[in-house]
Design a protein around this ligand. Structure first.
Ligand code: ADP
Ligand code: MG
Ligand code: ZN
Length: 314
């Protein structure tokens, strides 16, 4: 039995578990909110959770899926919109605290690998996985192997441009998909527009403007609220278009979808899948192609990161 620690370091939550990699089983998992986004504080928190799930160091290594863009295999975070980081040597900070056998992956790469080996796309060779949560991320498993691209940046679907010179994204550029459909951006934009005087039943649903998030917007949109419905038409239109083009480009057998917004917004999901199916290249979705929601939910990232660091599937 090969044991590895898997960590999912998302923009909102961090989750860790000690995992039996061959069996895809985890012993007790731990979760903590990411409150202090200072790099040292984040590394301290990861080290604390790793010690909690594997106090006797039964692991062959620690795999960390991180919500940010990495530079090749240097372990340096080039840019993390969710953490507000640029050029942070995260892997070195982690190794100082945990030990040498610690590897860093993109969070959606780890999630895609987890779903492909244990979850919603088990035994499927070609998989595209897209999560709409705090941000928007994607991962690719091609021919059964994680595809990281030439410099570890494959799958950055959240930063594909949907509006030239459009809304400012956390990555520093404008017009990214993430700036139109991520949880953080939807929430900030809706609150800003409602504070500026837009009328919507979502305010009553959420009890106050400052409580409005994608979940309440989804309820309002499905009840026919004009403001939420218009916002949802735009968000589903852009997300559906990008997914359709990705499916056309990559020709995966399975598209796995997940993330806090995706799972908490059924109306957005329904509209997005309608758009995706209408815009994808017909032959690409006509035979053998299917869409599923994440089967592993919150555990996909830590399972995938543990599997990757263990080397069991490579
Ligand atoms: P992470 O991106 O850290 O992995 P999640 O995938 O869980 O986290 O997504 C968290 C995001 O989901 C939050 O930023 C928030 O905007 C959004 N969110 C929180 N609650 C809901 C809800 N009930 N319905 C839809 N979206 C939600
Ligand atoms: Mg996540
Ligand atoms: Zn961006």
């Amino acid at each position: 039995m090969t044991l590895a620690v898997g960590v999912d370091l998302g923009g909102t939550n961090i989750r860790a578990a000690l995992i039996d990699v061959e069996g895809g089983r985890e012993t007790g998992d731990v979760k903590a909110p990411v409150q202090n986004k200072n790099p040292e504080a984040v590394a301290d928190l990861v080290a604390k959770l790793v010690a909690e799930v594997d106090p006797d160091k039964k692991r062959v290594g620690v795999g960390v899926g991180f919500a940010g863009m990495l530079r090749g295999w240097t372990g340096v975070v080039v840019n993390s919109p969710n953490f507000g980081w640029r050029e942070v040597p995260l892997r070195a900070l982690l190794r100082d605290r945990i030990g040498e056998r610690t590897e860093l992956y993109n969070d959606l790469n780890a999630i895609a690998f987890g779903e492909a080996k244990y979850g919603g796309a088990k035994n499927i060779a070609d998989v595209l996985c897209v999560y709409v949560g705090t941000g928007v991320g994607g991962g690719l498993v091609l021919d059964g192997k994680l595809y990281i691209g030439s410099t570890h940046l494959a799958g950055e679907i959240g930063h594909t441009k949907v509006v030239p010179n459009g809304r400012l994204c956390g990555c520093g550029q404008r017009g990214c998909l993430e700036a139109y459909v991520s949880g953080v951006h939807l929430q900030a934009r809706a609150q800003e527009e409602l504070h500026a005087g837009k009328q919507s039943s979502v305010i009553a649903l959420a009890k106050s403007i400052d409580n409005v998030h994608a979940g309440f917007l989804d309820q309002a949109a499905s009840a026919g609220d004009a403001y939420a419905s218009e916002l949802w038409n735009e968000a589903s239109g852009l997300l559906g278009l990008v997914l359709a083009n990705a499916v056309t480009l990559i020709n995966p057998q399975r598209l796995v979808m997940g993330g806090g917004v995706w799972q908490g917004a059924p109306e957005l999901k329904r509209r997005t899948l309608d758009v995706m199916r209408s815009l994808a290249n017909k032959p690409s979705i006509d035979s053998g192609f299917s869409v599923s929601d994440t089967l592993l939910g919150d555990s996909a990232g830590r399972l995938g990161a543990a599997a990757l660091v263990s080397g069991v599937f490579s």
